[in-house]
Write a protein that binds this ligand. Structure first.
Ligand code: B12
Ligand code: SF4
Length: 498
């Protein structure tokens, strides 16, 4: 028996379907018995894991780990489990261990790290761990399993990287393994939203992005028809009324998106959907594709606009044809088709964070003039272990990542993953405050359309309260808006600056 554990990743009521573990489960079906335990739904995951290990004799605990709060619970649970069940083998996979495998393996409670897309690597590792002779696999055998990192004695070893498997060839998700009704959540696009991942990776190499370390520029996808069939299935079997595509870059292929939209329209009622894409890719889409997407339910597109400066886009290795002019163009284009654009920005970049913040703020104001419905998400540049100008600049000023898991989840670094407290040498408290204050004013001046509670008088109140600040550019000490936020909760959690 294998237990797959999803440490808590979201606040109650916003529980995301654990796609990472379902993807692994799809490979385990009919090969190994397994079950999924979700820390989002369990009050006491340690007791639950211990109970199930006792009842089933499970030998392996697989844990999926994203940075941030999920890492925190992963550490707390695995540390306790190691003390109570020292023989249970603990395997970590997902974004955090892929980016920081050595720091995981240095801890006393992570035995193996599966890097990047993990299905095949996990199966090959299990074949070694669960063989009938019960012998502990040696480094020579382990080194043959691509995509693995492991520790033998004091030595941490990494096998070669593994090529991605195309999502076209992956088995269907074993949704019956989880209580699907508990994962239907209310979002900006529906009352019963479910997520779907229709592709893996991204063909770009932006040097602030965790995806680069996962796939190094690779991207493989389901066909449009397969994606439409998966979505239909979520609708017909589980009552989903809308879909969030969690793909890193859903819109990479225009042809695939067209096929998805056509297949969806052919097969039944249209479902609203949300996806992530790039400005420059989407600008190349034909008008017919935009119209088709809209008819097929495309409601919102999330795009990394990143900056109001072309120089900074180059410094970030944003690649392709990324440009600030393109961002303005797509703001107008999405308005024409009635699709809400969500732009994320990375503020406070070197070498001059003051000038950087200032130019991006005035750029955001320009966007809002073109398309007031645009949702804006503000981040501060937080280093990722991806080579490039940004990391080099941080390291030159003394930045380094924590050297233990305890440090990663400690008070000092606990907020790092939210990109609000980046520990970069050039960023001073006043920069953070400036971005936070601006975010507070911006979100009041343009209350999010994703919160229906803000469409009536409440929206008008916050809008009016923020107007003079927005107009004059005086963002400092927005205490009255903070108070309004307490009463009316007008800021979206994920668009709140810092
Ligand atoms: C859905 C999602 C969430 C959900 C939670 C998902 C969950 N597990 O419960 C929500 C919305 C709550 C969320 C929150 C956050 N997220 Co999030 N999230 C994603 C997203 C969009 C999809 C993940 C997914 O399901 N992918 C599909 C599955 C099939 O792929 P996968 O996860 O890579 O899994 C494969 C491998 O990683 C591996 N694997 C994974 N786990 C395991 C475990 C074992 C044992 C093994 C063997 C293998 C293995 O095998 C799997 C199958 O191939 C990703 C971006 C992306 N597209 O991947 C961001 C992403 C992971 N999130 C990210 C971040 C930063 C966050 C936040 C910290 C802040 C934020 N939103 O910006 C918060 C806080 C999380 C927390 N509380 O801890 C970043 C991580 C950056 C980094 N440095 O690593 C990402 C990459 C987004 C981005 N592009 O920046 N997130
Ligand atoms: S295009 Fe987006 S997902 Fe792809 S590497 Fe750049 S930031 Fe990451």
């Amino acid at each position: 028996m294998i237990i797959l554990f999803n440490p808590q990743s979201a606040p109650p009521g916003k529980t995301y379907l654990p796609l990472s573990l379902l993807a692994l489960g799809a490979f385990l079906e009919e090969r190994y018995p397994y079950e999924i335990i979700d820390g989002n739904l369990e009050a006491d995951p340690v007791s639950r894991i211990i109970e199930r290990v006792g009842q089933t004799g499970a030998k392996v605990l697989g844990v999926t780990v994203m940075p941030g709060p999920q890492l925190k619970q992963a550490v707390e649970v695995c540390r306790k489990i190691r003390q109570i069940l020292p023989k249970l083998i603990i395997v970590w996979g997902g974004y955090f261990p892929t980016e920081h495998p050595d720091v995981c393996l240095k801890s006393a409670y992570v035995d193996y790290v599966v890097k990047s897309q993990g299905e095949q690597t996990f199966i090959e590792l299990l074949e070694l761990l669960l063989r009938p002779d019960g012998e502990r696999p040696g480094s020579v055998e382990l080194a043959k399993v691509a995509g693995l990192a492991f520790r033998r004695g004091d030595l941490i070893q990494h096998s070669r990287d593994r090529a991605l498997i195309s999502p076209q060839k992956l088995p269907a998700m074993p949704y019956h393994r989880v209580a699907m009704e508990r994962y239907l959540i209310e979002t900006a696009i529906g009352q019963r939203t479910l997520p779907h991942n229709s592709s893996y990776g991204c063909p770009f190499l932006c040097n602030f992005c965790a995806v680069v370390k996962m796939v190094d520029g690779a991207w493989l996808a389901q066909t449009g028809e397969q994606t439409a069939a998966s979505v239909r299935d979520l609708h017909d079997r589980y009552g989903a009324d809308s879909i969030i595509f969690v793909d890193n870059n859903f819109f990479t292929s225009e042809k695939r998106v067209r096929r998805y939209a056509e297949a969806l329209l052919k097969a039944g009622p249209v479902l609203p959907w949300w996806g992530e894409g790039r400005v420059d890719t989407l600008l190349k889409y034909k008008p017919e594709t935009w119209e088709l997407m809209k008819r097929a339910g495309c409601d919102m597109i999330f795009m990394g606009a990143e900056s109001g400066s072309d120089e900074t886009l180059a410094q970030m290795n944003k690649g392709g044809m990324a440009s600030t002019a393109g961002t303005l163009e797509i703001a107008a284009l999405t308005k024409r088709y009635g699709i809400v654009p969500e732009f994320s920005f990375i503020m406070g970049n070197p070498p001059n964070p003051d000038a950087d913040i200032k130019s991006t703020i005035s750029f955001i104001k320009k966007i809002k003039t073109i398309n007031p419905a645009t949702e804006i998400i503000l981040y501060l540049y937080s280093p990722e272990p991806v080579e490039g100008d940004m990391l080099e600049a941080a390291q030159a000023g003394g930045f380094h990542f924590p050297t233990s898991l305890e440090q990663w989840v400690g008070e000092e670094w606990g907020d790092f993953a939210h990109r609000h407290d980046p520990h970069t040498p050039w960023l001073l408290p006043r920069h953070r405050r400036h971005v936070t204050d601006f975010g507070q004013v911006l979100n009041a001046r343009f209350p999010t359309t994703t919160n229906p509670r803000l469409t009536g008088w409440r929206g008008k109140v916050v809008k009016t309260a923020a107007s003079w600040r927005y107009r004059s550019g005086f963002y400092r000490w927005p205490y009255e808006l903070a108070l309004l936020d307490k009463v009316l909760a007008y800021q979206r959690q994920d668009t709140r600056a810092c």
